[in-house]
Structure formats: C-alpha cells, structure tokens
Design a protein around this ligand. Structure first.
Ligand SMILES: *[C@@H]1O[C@H](CO)[C@@H](O)[C@H](O)[C@H]1NC(C)=O
Ligand SMILES: *[C@@H]1O[C@H](CO)[C@@H](O)[C@H](O)[C@H]1NC(C)=O
Ligand SMILES: *[C@@H]1O[C@H](CO)[C@@H](O)[C@H](O)[C@H]1NC(C)=O
Length: 541
C-alpha cells in the first residue's frame, strides 16, 4: 500500500475520534453543565421566619423566563433524592418528599407583583416552621439544556414568653423591679423604660437552655415618686417585641395591707403583643410557683404564655358554652334585652361616677369545668366599644356589698377604658395597650387549672392569661361601661363544636325569659327613645 494511503486512513481515523470526542463532550455538557440560558437568583442574606409562621425562600430565574415547563427541585444539601418540594412535568410530585415537610410546602411568590412560575419565580413557601427547619435550602432548576442551583439559608426566630415582672419595695421611695422572660431565639434586646427615659439596668443576664432558646433576667431600681410605672421590653426586631409594665403608684399602698411587712412582692406579668400574630396558646403545666391562698380568698395571679405550646382558638371553642345573662343580678343602671344576650348602660338611669354596674351569667362553673364564650363589643355603624369589663365573678359577689372589684373579693376581669386601654383588675394595675381594641372578645376558663384567658377573636391573638385559684363557683361577668353607642352582645359559640365535648354547668336559676322578637333587639340598639327593655330590680350598684 502506498504510504500516502496509510496517511489518509490515519487522518480519517483522527478526524472520527475528534468528532466522537466533541460529541461526547457535548453529551456530557448536556447532562451536567450549567445552563447558559438562565441563572438562579436568591437573596444575599439569610431569610428569617418566626416559629410557627410562614417562611418564604425566594429564588427566581434571571433573565426572567417562563419556568412552567422546567423542573424545580428544592432540597436540603445531601438530600437531592428526598426533596423538600419537587415540581416536574407541570405538577408537584409528593412521592419522594422528605416527610418532615409533608403538607407544608408549595411554590410561593417572592413579591406580590410576581407572576409565579410564568415569570420565572420558583420561590419556596413553607408553613408552620419549626426549629428543625433552620438551615440551607438548595433551589435547583433544570431545563433540557442544563441546570442551575443557588442556596438560601433559613433562620428561625422564636418569640419568648411575655415578661414576668415583679416589684419589691426596698425602702420608702425605691422599688426593685425585675423582669424575666424565657424561650427566645436569637437573643432579644432587653430594655427598661419609665415612659420618659430609658432606664439602665442594675443587672442583665442571658442564659441558654438545652433547646438553644435564650432566657433573659434583669432588674432595675426605680422610685414611684419619679415615675408612675416601669416597663420591660424584649425586642427581636421591629414589630417582634413583647412588653411588660408595672404600675408603681399602686404598689406604694401595698405595705399597709401586707401585715406590716416592709416589702411586698407582687408577681405579675402581662403580655402585650405589638403587631405580633400568635395563632393561639396552650397552657403549660402549672409553674413551679405554687398557688397560695391568702386570707382574703382567691388571689395569686400570674399570666403566662409558652411559645412552644400552641393551641388554636378552635380547640378552645370546643369548650363553648351558651351564656345567658341573669336578669336577677343586673343593676338598675343596665338595660338588658330579654333574650339575655345583649346588655348596655341604661340611658334613663345613668350610673353615677364611681358606681359600677355589672351583670352575671345564669350558669356558673365549678371544678371539672372548662368553658369558652365570646362577647361582641362593636356594632355596625357605631364602632367599637371602648368601655367594658368582661371576666368572672364568684357566686359570693351576689351577697357582698360594695367591695372593691379585686381577685380577693372574687372578681377576675379584663377591662377597657377610653384613655388607657385594656387592664386587668389586679393590683398594681397592669395596662395593656388596646391596639387594636377587640371587636369580639373570647373568654376561656379552665377552672381546675386556674386559667382564665382573653382572646382577640378577630386575629386569634391571646390578649392575656390570668392564673388564679378558684374556690367557689364562678360566673361570667359583664359590665357594658358607660356612654358607648355599641352594646355588649353575647355570641352563640355552641355551633363551633365539632363533636360532643360536653361542658357540664351547674343548674342556675332558670329565670331566662323566652326569646324576644328580633325587633326588640333592633329597637334597643337603634333607638334611644322607645327602647323595649327590662331592667333588674336590684338596688345595689
Ligand atoms: C399549621 O398550623 C395550623 C395552626 O396551628 C394548623 O391548623 C394547620 O393544620 C397546620 N398545617 C400543617 C400543614 O401542619
Ligand atoms: C442566621 O443564623 C446564623 C446562625 O444561627 C447567625 O449567625 C446569623 O446571624 C443569622 N442571621 C440572621 C440574619 O438572623
Ligand atoms: C432586686 O431583685 C433581684 C431579683 O430579681 C435580686 O437579685 C437583687 O439582689 C435585688 N436588688 C436589691 C438591691 O434588692
């Protein structure tokens, strides 16, 4: 064979090999190389989400293009095959999903104006986040020309318990106020204020529990003569903040009544939810502080909330009871619709300043009972009531004369007044800014646990929980205040019950009048002149 023929064959073989290589490289590039059509964009900073809330992990294609026909896979590093969410062939595939995320994920929108998949937005939405969800999430988008990935880090924050404040008199004009709060992540900022200035704490300690959640403890010295109250706030970020306040003026009166002791300890707490949404609350077993019963009767109030133990309002509604007003307990300064469901202040018989006019429910609660009822505090066109009391009174208040409406006299309630907002009837007074003022207030009682909770029904927010020890039978208490256009209306919550959770109530006097015509209600609500009503015979106010 002539040498040039061999050379020609060689060059042909080389040529073929070269082509095979190019083909192979192209094939490889198809399966592994990244796409040069788009890239995945994610935020630079970690995304943070509050425990129990929704996490939105943004990821979008740049340049923007339709992603409906692409594969979108969100996974935790090393868990490619068990993704958090898998979208392929125009649908979500759940078969291989990691069980931790079952039913909690979907494709979301990175901003309200986003067009979703159509606009290349492949954002991951994760609901009811828990501490385990913290960490890295990989956003993987694949087309037939390649894939792109990017990572988002999710940080979980936890709002702790509302600050528990205690005020101890140290001498004539000095009070040691301390503040404790548990269960935060990350570490909150703790700040003291007396309304005019920030107070510098004498001591501020943080400690971490086994679960990684942080507790804060701090105390300050303040003088009741220079500041009427002191507040302690724990702040994670703007809008994620809890504040507790203690009124020092009333505290000044305490030593006289506390059997000659120089110091009086009053433990209180409150929670103030500043634009924070809590889905609900569940009560932890009683705290270590055992419930004392002082001579006066049934006091010892603390309020608490545990971040880890959440329950929603639907659960409380399972204890729903049908509350009817007991006309025999009404004051002459009240006007009650004969259905026993609506009450307002009487306009003929105006309650003089300093007098209180309240009415109780027909049925009381004793050991073994839990109960839930709702009171509407607004009316269409006239707005939200600003002045009211809602809570509990023990049966003995019917026999008592005019005594202060305190827990030791058998009263536990949340009240609202026009200037100051919401407060509990405990001493010292605690003010909870009424922001927003409840339109419908839910009241939940667990008699044996000594739990009384007030809920803003509209947004499922717990307003406050009072811990008390009940000894006698207790009755729902209502005071419609003075001068509000809107009446107080007891709502029927019994239809919320999904099964036959029975709430046994003791037999009350059944002097409930037959249901009135609707017209009667309208007349009471609408007109000042010819209102069709009943008032009680009771003389004491
Ligand atoms: C998320 O939490 C809410 C309220 O607690 C609950 O009703 C809902 O079922 C939860 N969803 C999932 C998917 O767990
Ligand atoms: C997220 O968490 C990490 C580690 O837990 C922390 O170092 C970082 O500061 C957090 N970032 C934000 C924005 O909260
Ligand atoms: C104030 O109370 C704290 C307890 O919260 C205590 O540790 C501290 O010693 C008290 N300070 C004074 C001056 O009494």
């Amino acid at each position: 064979m002539p040498p040039y023929v061999i050379a020609k064959d060689r060059s042909r073989a080389l040529y073929t090999v070269m082509w095979l290589c190019i083909l192979a490289a192209w094939c490889v590039s198809l399966s592994t190389a990244t796409s040069d059509i788009f890239t995945c964009s994610v935020p630079e900073d970690p995304v943070s989400a509050r425990f129990g809330h929704v996490a939105t992990m943004p990821c979008w294609l740049t340049p923007s293009m339709n992603a409906e026909d692409l594969e979108v896979r969100w996974y935790r590093p090393k868990d490619f095959d068990n993704p958090v969410l898998l979208y392929r062939e125009r649908k979500i595939h759940e078969a291989s999903q990691q069980s931790q995320f079952e039913g909690r994920t979907s494709l979301g929108l990175r901003e309200v104006t986003s067009e979703g998949l159509k606009g290349g937005d492949v954002t991951l939405k994760l609901v009811n986040v828990t501490l385990r969800d913290q960490g890295e999430y990989v956003c993987y988008v694949s087309s037939n020309q390649g894939y792109e990935i990017a990572s988002v880090f999710l940080n979980i924050t936890v709002m702790g318990s509302p600050p528990l404040l205690s005020a101890v008199r140290t001498d004539a004009d000095s009070v040691n106020v301390s503040c404790v709060s548990h269960g935060w992540k990350p570490r909150p900022r703790l700040q003291w204020s007396d309304g005019r200035k920030t107070l510098k704490p004498e001591k501020l300690d943080y400690s971490s529990g086994a679960n990684g959640l942080v507790s804060a403890h701090s105390w300050v010295l303040s003088s009741p003569s220079s500041a009427p109250w002191v507040s302690c706030s724990l702040v994670l970020s703007e809008g994620e903040e809890l504040e507790g306040r203690v009124d020092l003026r009333n505290l000044a009166a305490v030593p006289e009544t506390s059997s000659g002791l120089q110091t009086a300890v009053i433990i209180l707490a409150l929670l103030l939810l500043l634009s924070v949404v809590f889905i609900g609350v569940l009560y932890k077993k009683r705290g270590n502080k055992s419930t004392r019963v002082p001579e006066g009767g049934t006091v010892d109030i603390e309020t608490m909330r545990q971040a880890e133990d959440l329950v929603d309002i639907e659960t409380m509604r399972q204890a729903g009871v049908d509350v009817t007003l007991d006309l025999k307990t009404a004051h002459p300064y009240l006007t009650v619709v004969s259905t026993g469901k609506i009450v307002r202040d009487s306009e003929e018989n105006v309650c003089p300043p300093g007098e209180r006019a309240y009415i109780l429910g027909t049925h009381g609660f004793t050991s073994g009972n839990s109960a839930y009822w709702e009171v509407r505090l607004d009316q269409d066109n006239v707005g939200i009531k600003e002045s009211w009391w809602v809570g509990l009174a023990s049966g003995s208040v019917k026999r008592q004369g005019d005594v202060p409406a305190t827990p030791s006299n058998g009263f536990w309630f949340l009240s609202s007044d026009k200037e100051k907002g919401l407060r509990l009837n405990i001493n010292p007074n605690i003010i909870l800014p009424a922001n927003p003022r409840p339109q419908t207030l839910g009241v939940y009682l667990d008699y044996d646990k000594g739990v009384l909770s007030f809920i803003n029904v509209k947004d499922n927010k717990l307003i406050v929980t009072v811990r008390a020890m009940f000894i006698e039978e207790v009755f729902p208490l209502f005071n419609p205040g003075k001068g509000d256009k809107a009446p107080m209306t007891i709502l029927d919550v019994s239809h919320y019950k999904t099964d036959t959770v029975k709430v046994s109530v003791s037999e009350g006097e059944s002097n409930v009048p037959p249901p009135a015509e609707e017209a009667e209600t309208d007349a009471l609500l609408a007109s000042n002149q010819s209102r069709n009503h009943q008032t009680s015979e009771s003389k004491d106010c």
